[in-house]
Design a protein around this ligand. Sequence first.
Ligand code: NDP
Length: 320
Amino acid sequence: MEYRRLGNAGLKVSALSFGSWVTFSNQVDTKNAKEMMAYAYDHGVNFFDNAEVYAAGESEKIMGDCIQQLGWGRDTYIVSSKVFWGGKLPTQMGLSRKHIFDACHAALKRLKVDYLDLYFCHRPDPDTPNEEIVWAMNDLMRQGKILYWGTSEWPSNVLINAFETADKLHLTRPTMEQPEYNMFERKKVEEDFSYLYNEFGLGTTIWSPLASGILTGKYEKGIPEKSRANLPGYEWMKERFQSAEGRSKIEKAAKLNIVAKELGVSLSQMSIAWCLKNPNVSTVILGASRMEQLQENMKSLDVLPRLTKDVMKKISEIID
Ligand code: NDP
């Protein structure tokens, strides 16, 4: 495993990490989650990603049970939660100081830990001033309930304001952002944030490296029965995959598959390695509904040296 600094923080995260969106509770029970988490950890993964909204809290409960049963030392792993969608009531959503505190306490209970290593604001909240958010995060840090705070899918201008607000108040800045990044979703990580890496030392924990499975090539012949796009409640994803944009991505994935075959690797492995090639990516969060997927994807680091200039050029010609 390779370990990368989370931006300019001292914390070193494994270049590959493991998350639970869609999978835990919907596709993966505690027994299978435990097996996958143990496999990841035994192969050097030290960061496990979660959020209050994943399976309405069930995902955190499963992860907490697994961590407890596996008996890992608290100083050997990093666990996250994210706050934004905690329920339907006005007090249960967004980034008010109240919801940030309530969500943190609930996540600590479900994950069965005394502190969260990383705590993310899952989306920007136009109804809450950045001063309130920065203070709430800093107070949780002072109480020892979180170690690092960050954001997810915040536009760069709002993020810059958060940095400046923290500086103005002499408080701790956000350490990391969690943006989507894959061969089809590049602008934010490659363009919008470039100022933030240099100026503020922003770290990134990137999500959906396989564009929810399209970059495995398995959607070429329609939607496989056992895939997230066929799960109840994920009809929106199926529609997205079947839209003109979705079909164009699936066609590009078929072309990318040929490049992967020439390299002697799977498209998933090549796609994950492509994300790792970007030095501003601190960690690529993997998702897997089955152990075989995780085992295949964990080999992506070995593919990195094969992504030569020529190969990267071939990939660019397909995706640009
Ligand atoms: P991916 O884009 O890598 O999609 C993972 C899914 O693709 C798997 O669950 C599986 O779905 C399919 N898959 C993965 N590997 C293979 C393989 N080798 N062969 C065939 N199918 C495969 O990542 P996710 O979208 O899951 O995102 C990763 C993590 O990022 C999440 O768990 C979460 O922690 C985080 N995240 C954060 C978000 C945010 O807003 N901050 C948003 C989304 C994710 P299936 O078997 O069902 O087809």
